[in-house]
Design a protein around this ligand. Sequence first.
Ligand SMILES: [Zn+2]
Ligand SMILES: [Zn+2]
Length: 85
Amino acid sequence: MICDICLQAPHHPQCPNYPHRETGIFCDVCGEEISPGDEYIENDEGNYAHFDCFYTMRQLLKWLGYDIKEMKDFKYGPQLKTERM
Ligand SMILES: [Zn+2]
Ligand SMILES: [Zn+2]
């Protein structure tokens, strides 16, 4: 039987007739379940999130645990001078 909506058998994961399967995995950003067919990412702490729930690269990297650092101009700073002495 070919489905009227998705024209596939078995149903496409995005089809409303697709049998709902509980993944038991919830997005850390929006709190919704990550359904079969959704794109998601996992961080080092074992948290999951929809890829689409990240709007900026900064937000994504923060969630992945990367610190966004500010480069200090240490070339002429006191640290390097004292190390050389
Ligand atoms: Zn279908
Ligand atoms: Zn989400």
